[in-house]
Design a protein around this ligand. Structure first.
Ligand SMILES: Nc1ncnc2c1ncn2[C@@H]1O[C@H](COP(=O)(O)OP(=O)(O)OP(=O)(O)O)[C@@H](O)[C@H]1O
Length: 238
């Protein structure tokens, strides 16, 4: 595949294990530039492990991972991040004792200009730039985690349950920011607990079940009820 029409992120035949327990089996998944892809699946299906495998975080992985057509299978996480990949993990990966501005400066590598762009996208963070990050609400901390990722000018953004535990208004704000990001050509892969929200946001969906992709398609090819009944209910497939 030439770099010009390459997927922004591609996993080919990826399997992953923690010690003896295999949690991802032969997963193929791709995200094109500007595309938003949702990854759904019941608890323990392997969604976080898939994101970590893509980001090069230590799990026992086999198969191949490509970023913009380049094979990064053997590249560690910091090299993948330099190649344009950013993971916003579950929970709020920020430094609570530093100010908002310090959190952003510490992470970004593009200097003041990038920080100012991010403050434009998230006015709430601009207002609070001198406040200690740990004193903000959960939603604002989640915005900060996303904002820090954006200062690195990513090509691929991986998000693990960003909406978890947040008020609907904040979730809408975060998803609006993600939509803008996708429009600018960034590839987005998001693990999302709200199926309706994922279908509204995503261009394509993958469902993971016990480490395997059990369904993939576009939101117009399915519905929230269909996915819930066939793949995501507690007894699905058992
Ligand atoms: N560090 C670890 N060591 C051992 N097993 C792990 C580790 N992390 C996850 N697992 C196991 O791997 C499986 C997949 O976990 P993973 O967190 O990837 O699933 P998930 O789909 O993200 O689940 P959830 O929706 O509950 O976050 C689970 O059975 C989990 O218990």
């Amino acid at each position: 595949m030439s770099a010009a029409n390459a997927a922004a992120l591609e996993l080919r035949g990826v399997s992953a294990r923690y010690g003896p327990s295999v949690v991802l089996r032969d997963v193929d998944l791709s995200v094109r530039p500007g595309e938003t892809v949702a990854l759904l699946g019941p608890n323990g299906a392997g969604k976080t492990t898939l994101l970590r495998s893509a980001a090069g975080l230590p799990v026992g992985v086999s198969g191949s991972v490509y970023l913009g057509g380049s094979d990064v299978t053997r590249a560690r996480s910091h090299r993948r991040s330099r190649a344009g990949l950013c993971l916003v993990p579950e929970g709020r990966a920020i430094f609570p004792n530093l100010t908002v501005a310090e959190n952003i400066r510490l992470h970004g590598r593009s200097g003041r200009e990038a920080a100012e762009r991010v403050f434009e996208a998230f006015p709430i963070l601009a207002e609070r730039r001198s406040q200690r990050a740990g004193l903000m609400s959960g939603g604002q901390q989640q915005m900060l985690a996303l904002a820090r990722c954006l200062t690195t000018d990513p090509q691929v953004v991986l998000l693990d349950e960003v909406s978890m535990g947040l008020a609907p208004r904040i979730v809408d704000e975060i998803f609006d920011a993600l939509q803008l990001l996708a429009r600018s050509g960034v590839a987005i892969l998001l693990v999302e607990q709200y199926v309706g929200k994922a279908l509204a946001m995503a261009d394509r969906v993958y469902v993971l079940d016990r480490g395997r992709i059990s369904w993939t398609g576009t939101p117009s090819e399915t519905s929230e009820d269909d996915l819930m009944n066939r793949y995501l209910s507690v007894d699905a497939g058992s």
